[in-house]
Ligand binder design. Structure first.
Ligand code: FES
Length: 273
């Protein structure tokens, strides 16, 4: 069992857990994820690693309550435990000195962007952080991002905090004011990552996205997480989660992401959602 040593409510449907998982923490690297099950008969869900502390043996995850399992997870309190917590899974982020790098996080995507931005900063890159959310209430970790970014730009869709607009508006301005980035990393909702890729393609900026499809086994056997990248089928759990955003078939991903919507809604209804 994996104990929740800390719980923070970042926004009404946005929770942070620090979980006691020393073996996972020992090997965790930026860009990787875990698959957890709340109890024996529970659904498996992937969560990206938002932070890790090797000395304390803990992993930090941030999640949004969007379905039955994440809502159930959000009801757990400090001191309670999770049945399975498998990881670290996936290929770690490729970290090297690129030069000027844009690290973009949308919504809950700010959490996995943070450790990657930190690692890129430690490797000597100049980091422009760009974070955004629908509204100011849903923005989190501005303070943490400021610690690892040379500059941080903030936007909300409704203008309730930071600039009114989308992260792509800020990215476009940053490129036009100060020139091209050597690399762009974008993590967030599919439409956001797609919009970032459409923009950076015009400027020929290499762009990495981290995908988060439905997963089952997390070991490349079930095929549930398949995506098409550069015309080839790839499995996000073992080949990803990061891919060249300009090669990802986002239209197919969007179609596949709603395949189980009827079952998800039914599960939520039965759960009292
Ligand atoms: Fe089964 Fe990736 S989750 S192949």
């Amino acid at each position: 069992m994996y104990r929740i040593v800390k719980k923070e409510v970042l926004a009404p449907s946005l929770k942070l857990f620090v979980i006691d998982a020393p073996l996972v923490a020992r090997k965790a690297r930026a860009g990787q994820f875990v698959i957890l099950r709340i109890r024996e008969e529970g659904e498996r869900i992937p969560l990206t690693i938002a932070d890790f502390d090797r000395e304390k043996g803990t992993i930090t995850c941030v999640f949004q309550e969007v379905g039955k399992t994440t809502r159930e997870l959000g009801l757990l309190e400090e001191g309670e435990s999770i049945k399975d917590f498998a990881g670290p899974l996936g290929v770690p982020s490729h970290i090297e000195k690129y030069g000027r790098v844009a690290c973009i996080g949308g919504g809950v995507g700010v959490a996995p962007v943070f450790p990657i931005a930190r690692a890129l900063k430690e490797a000597g890159n100049e980091i422009t952080g760009i974070i955004g959310a629908r509204t100011g209430e849903l923005l989190f970790w501005e303070d943490r991002m400021r610690q690892v970014c040379d500059e941080l730009l903030v936007a909300t869709d409704d203008g309730s905090y930071g600039r009114k607009g989308f992260v792509t508006d800020l990215l476009k301005e940053a490129i036009e004011e100060k020139g091209n980035f050597a690399l762009c990393l974008a993590i967030g909702p599919l439409p956001m990552m797609r919009a970032v890729c459409d923009l950076t393609r015009n400027y020929s900026i290499k762009t990495v996205v981290s995908l988060n499809p439905v997963m089952v086994d997390g070991t490349g056997m079930c095929g549930c997480c398949r995506v098409t990248v550069g015309g080839e089928t790839r499995f996000v759990c073992v080949d990803g989660p990061e891919f060249d955003g300009h090669q990802v078939d986002f239209a197919e991903m969007a179609r596949r992401s709603v395949i189980y919507r009827p079952q998800e809604l039914l599960a939520l209804e039965r759960h009292g959602g």
